[in-house]
Design a binder for this molecule. Structure first.
Ligand code: ADP
Length: 213
């Protein structure tokens, strides 16, 4: 970076924007294997938050690869750059006062730590969507495990590319034992206890009979 670039502070800051929205800006970072349920659970949580008047944005792993990160592949180096870029974008959105949900496999601990480190203290919530790989294989909504097994996709996380689970995530969701609604409610309860929600949040109704697969 050039030496003559300095940070310019502006009169409207994160606190102003957060006050305007009456909310606590936050980055809720979902990590887990492909098909573990990150996008589904993040989308369902975003729906609840939006319905309750929060201002949110969901950054989705597949979607950013159509634009912001379309020049990147799946080598370790490209995965690192993917997460770095997304982290910077998420940081700007959180600075804009939003509750940002990010759903990325983000297999490497060090890369997730880099994102945590660029967010203001207390504004990064790591959510481990912990679904056994055999359940992911069974769900496989995009048929990616089947393709990886046939050798049509290389460097597939959990098969021929590693996944480093979080050691101390803020929320650990056993998404192979919970329904989507139960996972969302676990997250709402965490956010409530962390003081990130206004009083009186409404959990989702949970159907009897356990999770579908
Ligand atoms: P990821 O974003 O982690 O790749 P997706 O959310 O795209 O995963 O895919 C998970 C798939 O599993 C979806 O098709 C979803 O409907 C299905 N699914 C079934 N049961 C659950 C559950 N209990 N929690 C989350 N997803 C589930």
């Amino acid at each position: 970076m050039a030496d003559n670039i300095v940070w310019h502070s502006h009169p409207v800051d994160q606190a102003t924007r957060a006050d305007q929205k009456s909310q606590h800006p936050l980055l809720i970072w979902f990590t887990g294997l492909s098909a573990s349920g990150k996008s589904t659970i993040a989308g369902a949580l975003e729906q609840v938050l939006t319905a309750q008047g929060y201002h949110t944005y969901l950054l989705d792993g597949d979607n950013v690869r159509h634009g912001l990160c379309k020049d990147l592949g799946f080598s370790d180096q490209d995965r690192k750059e993917n997460i770095r870029r997304v982290g910077e974008v998420a940081r700007l959105m959180v600075d804009g006062g939003l509750i940002v949900l990010a759903a990325f496999i983000s297999p490497f601990r060090a890369d997730r730590q880099i994102v945590r480190d660029i967010l203001p203290a207390g504004q990064f919530v790591e959510v481990f969507i912990d679904t056994d790989i055999n359940v992911c294989r069974k769900r496989d909504p995009k048929g990616l495990y089947a393709k990886a097994d046939r050798g049509e996709i290389k460097q597939f996380t959990g098969i021929d590319s590693p996944y480093e689970p979080p050691e101390t995530p803020e929320v650990h969701v056993a998404a192979d034992r919970l329904s989507v609604a139960e996972s969302v409610n676990q997250l709402l309860a965490y956010l409530h206890h962390a003081g990130a929600l206004r009083a009186g949040y409404v959990p989702l109704a949970v159907e009897e009979g356990g999770p579908e697969e």
